[in-house]
Write a protein that binds this ligand. Structure first.
Ligand code: NAI
Length: 250
């Protein structure tokens, strides 16, 4: 199995891409801590995965990734439960936005920056320190977006935060290489999760048509790539962006 013996912390692991990745990692032999602001949903997700034959391989913790002390505590919890940390998947995120000139400069800026940008920074910092302390190396995977690389409607703040994720990834790879740490960002396109599923069927059809297979990506399809990136098979993929957008950006 691809992730045999690895311990992973997955933020936003209670839903969508994070949930699919938690399940995939466990099936690939990893021990996983599902970290989410929604503890009930994280615990339910952990219980469901455990019941699939993986008792003892998955735990849940509440974290608000916008608070550094909470992210540090989540890393500490993973180490307490499973003995170490090998992988962090900085994936928790929120979306939304308004036309720029209609922004309230606090309400339409700070929440997204606090979660999508600061949350990833905190994950990199807390996990990086843990990897250095362990002396084992580690892998940092962070969820950016197609919007991190291009402008789009209603995305002024979200695009900025997701662009920062790409920059953090490059800099983390550069700075942490001496500790055997790799960092990779992924850029999903349109993935069928609650973020997208809240929209009308009509709008979802438009989203699907923007991708080359004319369908929304399944969260499991993203999870497959993340599992590969977390594995030793991906050792030469470092400090870069892996596009998982089904051709959205061609
Ligand atoms: P989702 O809404 O299904 O999952 C997001 C999870 O993050 C939820 O479980 C939520 O409780 C958690 N979360 C939100 N704020 C948090 C906080 N402050 N601390 C801890 N956990 C928090 O959404 P999805 O689609 O699975 O999103 C995962 C990531 O993928 C996000 O970063 C999102 O921006 C990104 N993304 C999603 C795309 C899509 O089409 N669904 C496209 C590109 C990027």
């Amino acid at each position: 199995m691809r992730l045999d013996g690895k311990v992973a912390l997955i933020t936003g692991g209670a839903s969508g891409i994070g949930l699919a990745t938690s399940r995939k990692f466990v099936r690939e032999g990893a021990k996983v801590v599902i970290a989410d602001i929604n503890l009930d949903q994280a615990e339910a997700a952990a219980a469901a995965i455990a019941a699939e034959g993986f008792e003892g391989s998955v735990a849940a913790v509440r974290v608000n990734v916008s608070v550094f002390a909470e992210v540090e505590a989540a890393v500490a919890r993973a180490v307490e439960v499973f003995g170490k940390l090998d992988v962090i998947f900085n994936n928790a995120g929120i979306a939304g936005g308004k036309p720029l000139l209609e922004h309230d400069p606090v309400a339409d800026y700070e929440p997204i920056i606090r979660v999508d940008q600061d949350g990833v920074y905190y994950g990199i910092l807390a996990a990086g320190r843990q990897f250095r302390a362990q002396g084992t190396g580690g892998v940092i995977i962070s969820t950016s977006s197609i919007y991190g690389e291009q402008a789009a409607e209603l995305s002024f703040t979200y695009s900025a935060a997701k662009a920062a994720v790409i920059s953090f990834t490059r800099s983390a790879a550069y700075e942490l290489a001496e500790y055997g740490v790799r960092a990779v960002a992924i850029t999903p396109g349109r993935v069928g999760t609650p973020i997208i599923n809240q929209f009308s069927e009509e709008l979802k059809a438009v989203f699907a048509s923007e991708q080359l297979r004319n369908k929304l990506t399944e969260p499991e399809e993203i999870a497959n790539v993340v599992a590969f990136l977390a594995s030793d098979e991906a050792n030469v993929i470092n400090g870069t962006v892996v596009s998982v957008d089904d051709g959205y950006s061609v």
